[in-house]
Design a protein around this ligand. Structure first.
Ligand SMILES: O=c1[nH]c(=O)c2[nH]c(=O)[nH]c2[nH]1
Length: 307
């Protein structure tokens, strides 16, 4: 049966590009998922395998990252327009470029009123929480006498665009990781905390307020900790909650280390001065720990945060 080629397009999908613009101590984030689809005179590659008209999808990926440096990312639309125009006007065989962009929005974390005691007031400008509601969770267990209430949240994505380092770790023959003295720290916070309210005879906590406050302390501790490891940040977040909320005795975290790798733009003659990152989705480091009020028995199950 004879066949003919129908509609076709190709490109690199889901380029996760993060552009940090550093305006002194005030940082701005653009976080995009960019998919490139090109079409045009592509009969030959399908019919005979001749690649003469094919700009590699790998090149389209590089172009996305290089453009993030060269042109910046003013808006998703502006960025997409630059890219689409580039592909169509620079490559004769390419007749149509379709750029799809999803943008992750971030908002600044409001730090605590007394933060200037811990950090310079200008440093609040590098800590962000991703917009979009986190999921609030709770588990209630009652045996007719005692209550166990474990509440928490998941998918609370936060980022520090500076004030994070990681060095001085063990190095064996398989270690290739370079020590980092200024890296992006990004995680999706999953936390579960246990209330010490166990009896109907005791005064019940204000659940709504407690949730809002626990979340606030987690965010502020993340923003205000100068981090030498995600483990250290985790502990700071946990102790901030335990120390500020007398109704909570125990908190467990599961924190993926959402790696952001600096993109090597040298091959394109561009210097990447901590501006353009590749946001990898896997594999990721996974840091998990419980923080307890001194003297209490741990009760939150290990997998409680994997709701
Ligand atoms: O904060 C970190 N903790 C680690 O244990 C670790 N391991 C690693 O490779 N990177 C990091 N980062």
């Amino acid at each position: 049966m004879p066949t003919i080629l129908g509609q076709n397009q190709y490109g690199k999908a889901e380029n996760r590009v993060v552009r940090i613009t550093r305006d002194g101590d005030t940082h701005h984030i653009k976080d995009l998922n960019v998919s490139v689809a090109l079409s045009g005179d592509m009969d030959d590659v399908h019919y005979s395998g001749s690649n003469a008209n094919v700009l590699p999808t790998d090149t389209t990926k590089n172009t996305v990252f290089a453009f993030a440096k060269e042109h910046g990312i003013e808006s998703a639309e502006q960025f997409g327009i630059h890219l689409a125009r580039h592909f169509v006007t620079s490559q004769e065989p390419i007749k149509v470029a379709r750029i799809r962009i999803q943008e992750y929005s971030w908002e600044r974390i409001a730090t605590s009123d007394n933060s200037s005691r811990f950090i310079g007031s200008d440093e609040v400008n590098h800590s962000f929480a991703r917009k979009g509601q986190e999921l609030r969770t709770t588990q209630i267990t009652y045996d007719g006498e005692k209550w166990e209430i474990i509440s928490g949240l998941k998918d609370l994505t936060v980022m520090n665009s500076t004030n994070s380092e990681f060095w001085g770790y063990v190095k064996d023959r398989y270690t290739t990781l370079k020590e980092a003295y200024d890296r992006i720290l990004c995680t999706d916070v999953a936390a579960a905390w246990r209330y010490n309210w166990t009896s109907d005879d005791d005064r019940m906590p204000n659940w709504e307020k407690s949730y809002e406050q626990a979340k606030k302390h987690i965010l502020q501790a993340f923003a205000e900790t100068y981090s030498l490891s995600l483990q250290q940040t985790l502990y700071q977040m946990g102790s901030r909650v335990i120390n500020s909320r007398s109704e909570i005795d125990e908190i467990r975290f599961s924190l993926p280390n959402n790696h952001h790798f600096l993109v090597d733009l040298e091959p394109f003659g561009l210097k990447n001065d901590n501006e353009v990152y590749f946001a990898a989705d896997r594999p990721y480091g996974l840091i998990e720990a419980t923080v307890l009020r001194d003297g209490v028995e741990p009760q939150i199950p290990v997998d409680m945060t994997n709701l």
